[in-house]
Design a protein around this ligand. Sequence first.
Ligand code: F6P
Length: 359
Amino acid sequence: MRKIAVLTGGGDCPGLNAVIRAVAKSAHHYGLEVLGVRDGFRGAVEGDFIPLTLKDVSGILPRGGTILGTTNRDNPFAYETKVDGVSRILDRSSDVIKNLKERDVDALLAIGGDGSLHIALKLGKLGLNVIGIPKTIDNDLMATDQTFGFQTAVDTATEALDRLHTTAESHHRVMILEVMGRYAGWIALYAGVAGGADVILIPEIPYQLNRVARAIQKRAEQGKKFSIIVVAEGTKPRGGDIVVERLVSGRFDPIKLGGIGAKIGNELEEQYGMETRVTVLGHLQRGGSPNSYDRVLSTRYGVAAVDAVLESEFGIMVALRGREIVRVPLHEAVDKLKQVLITDPLLIAARNLGLEMGD
Ligand code: F6P
């Protein structure tokens, strides 16, 4: 093995630079050359590569974002290409293989979530040596106990809940915090417990508004004149639908979620006369410096991916199992989303605390 390439795909998250740094440092330690692919799979299709030396990764451990750039739009298997001035969607996967071959790249390390790892898996089936590294604030990838970026997003949401508490208490209001997570409630569940929320609503448990209102009324009867609700963006009412902000073409998942917080807030005001304010935390959850947990996890993932290259083990994803970093078949990571089960220990603990889950 002489040369590897690394890319960051999909939505960014805290810890991407920490992985890139670990890959570059570990590869250097073993005498491998590293190329960075710019803007995820766009760079792989277009042949946009940069060398990644030790100097390039110096000082990036605490930095949010990704020095390589990323995109959640460009899929080599359905790539928007201008042909004679007309935009067409083409399969450009062979360009990815050609570009890497031309540069004598032996393996591609794809740092990504569901969408990017699906692409990596398909490229692997075409013969490319691929290794996946599990990234996403959503923590919704199967086959790993945790993705990096998740814990930092939970910290950000927890801090937001702490801040909402003081203003909610002063004004005797209901405060709703809408958090990300797509179709998984991990951020809402963890931040809700860490931030002392009274109601946690997640996609896995369709809610009933009357249950939510009853929990708030019960608190009021106990003299608690404010309540905090944390709701995951992909949550829906029992018998109802998710709230879609808009559709974005070209994305792995064209659905841009958003608006469930406002929906619940309006309904609590209109149907129950509860003064409610809504905060959508949005991309604040994706930005900023990774916490120490994510720096360590990212670093371990980067080192483990280089180890796999050295042992010529491809078509795998590095994953956390307990305290160990293991290798799992890439398809196991993307076959199914990892959602919160009703048997999840933290969910059970939340219920035993008397927290309302809306069902
Ligand atoms: O998958 C990460 C994530 O932040 C989701 O939680 C969220 O639904 C989505 O990406 C937002 O994507 P975009 O950056 O395109 O708005």
